[in-house]
Design a binder for this molecule. Structure first.
Ligand SMILES: CC[C@@H](C(=O)O)C(=O)SCCNC(=O)CCNC(=O)[C@H](O)C(C)(C)COP(=O)(O)OP(=O)(O)OC[C@H]1O[C@@H](n2cnc3c(N)ncnc32)[C@H](O)[C@@H]1OP(=O)(O)O
Ligand SMILES: [Co+2]
Length: 132
């Protein structure tokens, strides 16, 4: 795994969170994008080689809606950049980790993504992402 690609933060109100993180980071978000297959609207901020991904739910059965209902707003996942996502999925399966999707699926910001179960990584939802 190359680097932390982004940290995903679950928020209730994307516009309000954009203002908060503009003040925190001292920079504007550079992109917003809805990924309907994941039930989220996203907003991205650059921070060095990594990014902050704000995530707001677009529907009640979205993973982010469920997360906020159970645990409140906060860090939702950590995403690692990989060169070969299929090879990394196979490597992690070989290590005994449960992948939530064994085939890469569309993500935001021109990525394909896969998730590992948070119970297998000390309560952290891990995302792998590779350039499309
Ligand atoms: C924008 C696209 C993409 C990108 O390009 O970056 C994204 O980031 S999409 C982000 C949204 N998509 C996902 O999160 C997809 C993967 N997630 C899932 O498949 C599910 O959310 C889940 C992780 C399998 C949980 O779903 P489910 O089992 O139905 O929910 P529960 O509420 O019953 O949770 C079970 C258990 O796991 C704990 N949990 C849930 N989410 C997280 C989390 N993000 N981090 C840590 N722990 C999490 C939850 O609290 C439950 O534990 P207990 O409370 O101890 O039972
Ligand atoms: Co993400």
């Amino acid at each position: 795994m190359r680097r932390i690609e982004h940290i995903g933060i679950a928020v209730k109100d994307l516009e309000a969170a954009n203002k908060t993180y503009k003040a925190v980071l001292g920079a504007e978000h550079y992109k917003t994008e809805t990924v309907e297959s994941e039930g989220v609207s996203t907003s991205f901020f650059k921070i060095g080689e990594s990014k902050i991904e704000l995530l707001a739910a677009t529907r009640a059965d979205s993973p982010v809606a469920k997360f906020i209902e159970k645990r409140g707003e906060g860090i939702h996942h950590m995403a690692f950049y990989v060169d070969d996502i299929k090879a990394e999925i196979e490597r992690l399966k070989g290590e005994g980790f449960r992948l939530l999707n064994e085939q890469p699926k569309p993500g935001a910001d021109n990525k394909i993504v896969a998730f590992m179960h948070p119970k297998d990584a000390n309560g952290v939802l891990v995302e792998l992402c590779q350039e499309k």
